[in-house]
Design a binder for this molecule. Structure first.
Ligand code: SAH
Ligand code: SF4
Length: 345
């Protein structure tokens, strides 16, 4: 499973083969990924045999929505760990949402992944392979009216990327330095792991940072996002401000809209203060209810009123579309579905 080996160490898998074969293999894995080893046309059969299977997971489920412009995969690692990725195609963009952990230990109340608990960290190669798979899919199969390659990667699938720092870092390094993605097109989304934000600010790559805030005071935030008790708002804001200073990358604040919980005027007023101080862009998204959430999604009217309030206070705000609703494309939900249908786990 060559994606589990660092791109610089591929020679270990092709013992005795000349250097140019290793370069050819690296090219197939990172520059022009293909869905099947058989498509690596300039590698002799014997070499392909040495490699064995290409992907470090099976495709257990593949679903398509929004007229073929949203595609969701549930990959399954040999040890049973579930890995979800969602590809969203637009006329000039193809955004891939990837997972950094199987499950998540942080237990945000409204999140399907959090409700499922923590399974394990994903390896750098398992994270990277999600991008390579989508790249191969776009090149070889494609999506209607969408670029033939991944233009943006967001760590908004399962797991907290900054709780799996070293492997996520290595995956980003491979995406930027080996695959050739622009660091600016990679967004790390975090619920607010302060040590990770501080480390990320020191890395050489200008990646984008999204902070999943959801509440603008500690009292409310600690009920929705338990890790807030350890990393409270004021310290989180200071770490985000430092990141902005060091990287000069625009921050975004993610806000999952829950009826009568965080869609109130009071929260809008408090959020506007934080967003303005950080010069951050706010993304609002309606809650995608999970079987275990108590909270309900805010109505369209409430979301628009909240957005207007922020706008009037000088904050840049976008209401995110809810791609893939009908295929449960929110964080962790496809796996819940697989569990319900009794598919092999
Ligand atoms: N752990 C990271 C990244 C994965 S979650 C984080 O929390 O940022 C990716 C995004 O999906 C987060 O902004 C999260 O708040 C949001 N999210 C989780 N569950 C959701 C749900 N049921 N409906 C809408 N958004 C959700
Ligand atoms: Fe983990 Fe993010 Fe879900 Fe919270 S929202 S439980 S941090 S994946």
């Amino acid at each position: 499973m060559p994606y589990l080996t660092a791109p610089e160490d591929l020679g270990e898998l092709l013992d005795g083969e000349p250097g140019y074969r290793i370069d050819q293999l690296r090219h197939w894995l990172y520059r022009t990924p293909v869905l099947s080893g058989e498509d690596m046309t300039n590698l002799p059969g014997a070499v392909r045999q040495k490699l064995g299977r290409i992907w470090p997971f099976d495709v257990e489920m593949e679903q398509s929505a929004d007229g073929g412009t949203t595609r969701k995969w549930l990959f399954r690692a040999p040890d049973g760990a579930a890995i979800e990725a969602v590809l969203m195609g637009y006329p000039r963009r193809a955004t891939l949402c990837i997972s950094s952990q199987a499950g998540c230990a942080l237990g945000c109340t409204f999140c399907a992944t959090g409700q499922f608990g923590f399974e394990r960290h994903l390896e750098a190669g398992e994270i990277m392979a999600q991008v390579a798979y989508a790249q191969a899919f776009l090149r070889q199969i494609g999506m209607p009216g969408t670029p033939d390659h991944v233009t943006n990667v967001v760590f908004m699938g399962m797991g907290e990327p900054l709780a799996n720092y070293d492997r996520v870092r290595e995956a980003i390094r491979r995406m930027v330095e080996v695959m050739g993605l622009s660091a600016r097109s990679i967004t790390v989304s975090t619920v607010g792991m302060i040590p990770g934000i501080r480390r990320l600010a020191e890395e050489p790559w200008p990646v984008s940072l999204a902070i999943s805030l959801h509440a603008a005071d500690d009292e409310l935030r600690s009920t929705l996002v338990p890790i807030n008790r350890r990393y409270p708002l004021q310290e989180l804001e200071a770490a985000a401000a430092d990141f902005f200073e060091k990287k000069r990358r625009r921050l975004s604040i993610e806000w999952t809209m829950m009826e009568n919980v965080n869609d109130t005027l009071d929260q809008a007023v408090k959020l506007a203060v934080i967003a303005r101080r950080l010069r951050a862009h706010v993304n609002l998204i309606a809650l995608n209810p999970t079987p275990l959430t108590r909270e309900r999604a805010s109505s369209r009217t409430a979301i628009e009123a909240f957005a207007r309030e922020l706008g009037q206070r000088g904050v840049n705000v976008t209401i995110r579309d809810t791609r893939g609703r009908d295929i449960d494309a929110a964080c962790g939900q496809l796996r819940l579905l697989a569990g319900k249908r009794g598919l092999t786990v």
